[in-house]
Design a protein around this ligand. Structure first.
Ligand SMILES: Nc1nc2c(ncn2[C@@H]2O[C@H](COP(=O)(O)OP(=O)(O)OP(=O)(O)O)[C@@H](O)[C@H]2O)c(=O)[nH]1
Ligand SMILES: [Mg+2]
Length: 240
């Protein structure tokens, strides 16, 4: 893995923030601005599955002093949140990466806390939603709660590494560990699914040093949710 950059003293230059997107024109520019402000010199990969709004234009036209790459998956054979994240990780040139949503539901302000834990030597730092602010319909709350419990149980009976909130899409890790697992087990991930961290933990057998960062999750204020019944069903099937 010689292409991996050595950590430098420049803050956050060895971190790549991966943002999977599908039509996030309303929030992506503000998110990039926040990342630039909060984690200067970080790298960003926007893994886009063929947005039909201005997401591509806004990302490619972003002017700032962070490196922002638009990974255009428009003509990819398989689309999905998980495969977009996996492709971005394989493209990642830094020691560490962090995955976050593009709709401002994950607080960019928490990024330094993830980074600090990676530097302390943790292999995996998982976001843990301690509160949801805004209105979340009761069925979403229930689904999240049940999925969280079942996901954790599923990992426990398999004797795998576990995290507190398996449904959180906000997490950070060491790039090499993931590259190796993706290279050897790509077909075992649910590529069209949306719980990439759960898939990884299910597949990855070696012990990891895991830590957590608590955060407050916002409900979506802009744009539309892309989570549909099909991906939810696939996730529940994958638990067993
Ligand atoms: N590349 C890619 N990104 C996706 C896909 N589906 C969703 N996303 C992005 O993944 C992130 C999470 O998707 P959301 O629709 O916000 O899912 P969610 O946060 O669980 O649901 P809401 O609370 O309703 O927003 C967002 O940045 C989306 O734009 C996809 O198929 N491909
Ligand atoms: Mg969202």
């Amino acid at each position: 893995m010689s292409e991996i950059m050595k950590p430098s003293n420049e803050s956050y230059s060895h971190l790549t923030v991966i943002i999977p997107t599908l039509n996030e024109e309303k929030t992506i520019s503000l998110l990039l601005e926040k990342i630039e402000e909060i984690t200067p010199h970080a790298n960003v990969i926007v893994a886009d599955d063929g947005s039909e709004d201005k997401t591509k234009k806004l990302v490619e036209g972003f002017e700032g002093n962070i490196s922002v790459k638009f990974l255009d998956r428009k003509s990819a054979l398989i689309h999905g949140l998980t495969i977009s994240v996996l492709d971005a990780i394989m493209d990642c040139k830094t020691n560490y990466f962090l995955v976050m949503d593009g709709d401002l539901q994950h607080p960019a302000e928490s990024l330094p806390r993830f980074y600090k834990k990676l530097e302390e030597g943790f292999n995996l730092v998982a976001g843990n939603r301690v509160e949801v602010i805004g209105k979340w319909p009761i069925h979403r709350k229930l689904m999240s709660y049940v999925a969280r419990g079942l996901g954790s149980f599923s990992l426990m009976i398999r004797r795998r590494n576990r995290v507190k909130d398996i449904m959180s899409g906000l997490f950070a890790s060491e790039t090499n560990i993931w590259k190796q697992t993706i290279s050897s087990h790509r077909k075992d991930f649910i590529l069209e699914g949306y719980k990439v961290l759960f898939d990884f933990l299910k597949i990855h057998k070696t012990k990891l040093e895991v830590s957590h960062v608590n955060y407050v999750f916002g409900t979506r204020n802009f744009g539309e949710s892309k989570i549909n019944k099909k991906v939810i069903w696939k996730f529940f099937k994958s638990l067993f």
